[in-house]
Design a protein. Structure first.
Length: 259
């Protein structure tokens, strides 16, 4: 009888140890089994809480730490969704959870979202192509005129609704860093001088606006999603490429603190 009790005790300790090992990075902040049953529930969680461009510790479905690149590659399969873990430390943890086979709508969206994030991730650390921009006010921007500066670049066009909606927030960002002479805000638009000048009589946008950049955006930068924001560090390398203001604000704050 005592032997039986001892066996049960040892077995229980092993189970608890195993559980603690698997949850050592924290527990999921949402119930995955419920989240995957409804597209809008998942999307509302994902769009508000998951930022794939951020710096996070990547965990596979077995709670093993993997590289961010492998994490994003697995996401592009459409077979997983990321969930943030409720961690007690200051680090951010994302873990992969396998989707059921009947979640086609979620699979399709996460595949598209993560593919874009993966393409942007691959740009990080690469040298920004040679450039020579002239804005609507005849100011010239090239490697020499932007030496030792952080460049915040937006790729957009007039009829892009999201591009227009985020402009008030981007103007606030320009104002926030107005005393930083080492940060310059430039936007590359696909539209002509005349189209942009007319547009800007009705819309305030405090970035430098460079017209006729469709070829540079689509062919040189290989960008097809708008808006796309790129942060170029003082060494001329891409430190981050993102899709919206929230991601841009986080990334620029980090870049601005670097010496």
């Amino acid at each position: 009888m005592k032997t039986s009790h001892l066996f049960i005790l040892i077995f229980s300790v092993l189970i608890l140890s195993s559980c603690n090992k698997n949850s050592g990075y924290g527990n999921p902040e949402v119930d995955f089994s419920i989240l995957q049953k409804d597209y809008m529930s998942w999307w509302n969680y994902y769009s508000k809480n998951i930022i794939l461009s951020s710096d996070f510790i990547s965990l596979d479905e077995n709670s093993n730490i993997i590289s961010k690149e492998n994490f994003l590659v697995l996401l592009t399969s459409g077979d997983y969704i990321p969930i943030r873990l409720s961690s007690k430390d200051t680090l951010l943890y994302y873990k992969l959870y396998k989707l059921n086979s009947n979640c086609d709508d979620i699979k399709s969206t996460i595949k598209s979202e993560s593919l874009y994030s993966y393409e942007n991730f691959k740009k990080e650390g690469t040298q920004f192509p040679k450039f020579n921009f002239k804005d609507l006010n005849e100011n010239i921007y090239n490697k020499e005129t932007t030496k030792d500066k952080i460049i915040v670049l937006k790729c957009w066009f007039i009829h892009c609704q999201k591009c227009n909606e985020e402009m008030p927030d981007l103007n606030k960002l320009v104002k926030k860093y107005k005393n930083r002479n080492d940060i310059v805000f430039i936007s590359l638009a696909t539209d002509t001088n005349q189209e942009l000048e007319k547009f800007l009589t009705k819309k305030i946008f405090n970035y430098a606006v460079v017209p006729n950049q469709k070829s540079f955006i689509t062919e040189t930068l290989n960008i097809s999603t708008f808006p796309t924001h790129i942060i170029i560090n003082k060494k001329g390398k891409i430190s981050k490429a993102v899709s919206d203001f929230k991601e841009l604000s986080i990334a620029l704050n980090k870049e601005s603190l670097l010496k």
